[in-house]
Ligand binder design. Structure first.
Ligand code: FO1
Length: 311
């Protein structure tokens, strides 16, 4: 019998793990819970980059080069904005725009984000469940040395994550509620997996959501994180840079330490054989996912390890 898995993920790295799990688990056994701290309003549209990245990846339409956005998308709308004197810094592709229009319209009608996105994921032929971590608006604010407090996408996209980070604020997280769908998925799960996403930008907002934190800690389950740091470097994005700026020595072992309260297992890349937390159960394997087959293999190895060592 296949395990029922809840995977907590952010953007590109987490989407790859989710895709690996989707390849090896029956769809009803996989729930992917996605960070919404990156979400923002832009030109009147609600943009949910991490959710859409997971949705496009599982739906087989993601841009394979960027890892986000829609494959072979065009940018006519951005060109039209420029004609009006705008300098659009966030690249919304023409096909991607359809997602933002339908989501924004649904929200304006009073629908829950979860319900809207269930409709869109089903329309893309996705049978696993992809859920936003909450229906409430929360936003990660980045306090930077150069610009003071800026919205997440300003930091990440507009400033290409170059500013030095002083601290992170997960605005609205204390008031955010867990949805019945996420509550139910955790209650039915055999194991929780934390994807190789950025621990501070993608996973920490979820662990800071009081009801999600409590639901995760309430159950005696295997809870396993996969390192986004391999050989002292981030696989993609600012994880290593940010880790250093927040005062940590950059290593996979220190990511395991950061997650200590939540996890009882940690997956390191095989290159980190000499740098591990001695008292956290671990698996050493290849965690770098270049191909669809790499994703499936990591998912299969993680599930086999959880079943044999942690259940
Ligand atoms: N990332 C970029 O680096 N530049 C962009 O212009 C950009 C546009 C974009 C549009 C839609 C979408 O769903 C994602 C987009 N991303 C872009 C990626 C995204 O903002 C970040 O990778 C995540 O928020 C970090 O997890």
């Amino acid at each position: 019998m296949a395990l029922k898995i809840v995977a907590l993920v952010g953007g590109v790295g987490g989407a790859k793990l989710a895709h690996g799990l989707a390849q090896v688990l029956p769809p009803e056994n996989l729930t992917v819970v996605v960070n919404t701290g990156d979400d923002f309003w832009h030109y009147g549209l609600r943009i949910c980059p991490d959710f859409d990245t997971v949705m496009y990846t599982l739906g087989g339409v993601v841009d394979p080069v960027n890892g986000w956005g829609v494959r072979e998308d065009t940018t006519a709308m951005l060109g039209a904005l420029e004609r009006f004197g705008e300098s659009p810094w966030f690249r919304l592709g023409d096909q991607d725009l359809a997602t933002h229009l339908l989501r924004t319209e649904g929200l304006h009608r009073g629908e829950r984000l979860t319900a809207i996105m269930q409709r869109l994921t089903s329309a893309l032929g996705i049978h696993s469940s992809i859920l936003p971590m909450t229906d409430d608006e929360v936003s990660t604010i980045v306090d930077t040395v150069e610009y003071g407090k800026v919205g997440f996408q300003e930091y990440f996209v507009r400033h290409r994550w170059q500013p030095i980070v002083r601290s992170l604020i997960y605005d609205g997280i204390e008031r955010a509620a867990l949805t019945p769908e996420v509550t139910n998925a955790i209650a039915c799960a055999d194991a929780i997996m934390i994807g190789p996403s950025n621990p501070w930008l993608s996973i920490a907002p979820m662990l800071a959501l009081p009801e999600l934190r409590a639901a995760l800690l309430a159950r005696a389950l295997p809870r396993v994180a996969i390192s986004p740091i391999v050989g002292g470097k981030a696989i993609k994005g600012p994880a290593a840079k940010l880790m250093a700026e927040l005062g940590y020595e950059v290593s996979a072992a220190n990511v395991a330490e950061f997650y200590r309260e939540f996890i009882n297992g940690f997956i390191y890349d095989q290159v980190d054989i000499n740098d591990r937390q001695p008292d956290v159960q671990h698996l050493l394997t290849n965690t770098v996912m270049y191909t669809d087959a790499d994703r499936a293999q990591l998912a299969r190895q993680a599930l086999t390890w959880i079943e044999s060592e942690l259940l």
